[in-house]
Design a protein. Structure first.
Length: 251
């Protein structure tokens, strides 16, 4: 599920006019691409738990990383990489089930619509999931992540973004959605709240979740974040902290 597979979509770039615009910490991917010729690293550390037989399954990402680079105007290339540790706490005992590198995702984000003076942006995001992970962590098959990313500037201190997507893994189709509302507190701090979820079309199962978080600008090119999420119709929660760093080209 994406809440632990691996944003603040809107804050700070849309609301505050700053340089950096990130795809973390929420689940909604931004409609913006990184500036031409620049590189951006978004890194996070997360811990989650879900109910399991006789106890809980705990997953830790130490860390998860998204690397973004723009080589053409309006197009960026992306790499997602993550180290996982999955353990089970049951009947008073802790047992490590598996740990290692998860499947690498290679992808792109393409800006489809962006106009001067317009308050709406649209982008397509696609990732190929390569079965490169360690045993017990990998999906053992190729997959594809597809999202349509849309955002709106709805006021001087507010912004709205949402995603509609379809993930294809091991012959299964999973529809995804996320809606994030962002608000600036001042020129350094922002917050968001967001319902999101998944629907497994083959099994007819819907997982609905909710998260919220805070971002803090340390500079125009460095951002810190912290977030918390929980399941609405299933037992799950997670906490995450992270940072994002933008490297601009020399001009």
């Amino acid at each position: 599920m994406k809440h632990i597979l691996t944003v603040l979509l809107l804050v700070p770039a849309v609301i505050w006019g700053q340089v950096i615009n990130t795809d973390r910490p929420d689940q909604t991917e931004s409609s913006a691409v990184v500036p031409l010729g620049s590189f951006q690293w978004e890194c996070g550390f997360s811990s989650s738990w879900e109910s399991g037989f006789g106890g809980n399954i705990r997953s830790m990402a130490l860390p998860n990383s998204l690397f973004r680079v723009s080589v053409l105007e309006g197009i960026e290339l992306r790499v997602v990489h993550q180290l996982d540790r999955i353990s089970q706490h049951s009947f008073g005992n802790d047992e490590v089930l598996t740990e290692g590198t998860s499947d690498v995702q290679l992808g792109t984000k393409i800006q489809l619509y962006q106009r001067e003076g317009k308050k709406t942006e649209i982008a397509y995001l696609g990732h190929a999931v390569a079965p490169t992970g360690d045993a017990g962590v990998t999906e053992y098959d190729w997959g594809m992540v597809n999202k349509l990313c849309i955002s709106h500037d709805v006021g001087p201190d507010w912004a709205l973004g949402y995603n509609l997507g379809l993930d294809l893994v091991r012959g299964s189709s999973v529809a995804t959605y996320a809606v994030a509302v962002g608000k600036s507190i001042n020129d350094k701090l922002g917050l968001y709240f967001e319902p999101y979820g998944e629907y497994d079309t083959a099994r007819g199962i819907h997982w609905a979740s909710f998260d919220a978080g805070i971002t803090m600008l340390a500079s125009d090119t460095w951002q810190w974040d912290i977030s918390y999420g929980t399941g609405l119709n299933h037992r799950m929660n997670y906490t995450a902290i992270g940072f994002s760093w933008l490297v601009l080209p020399n001009r």
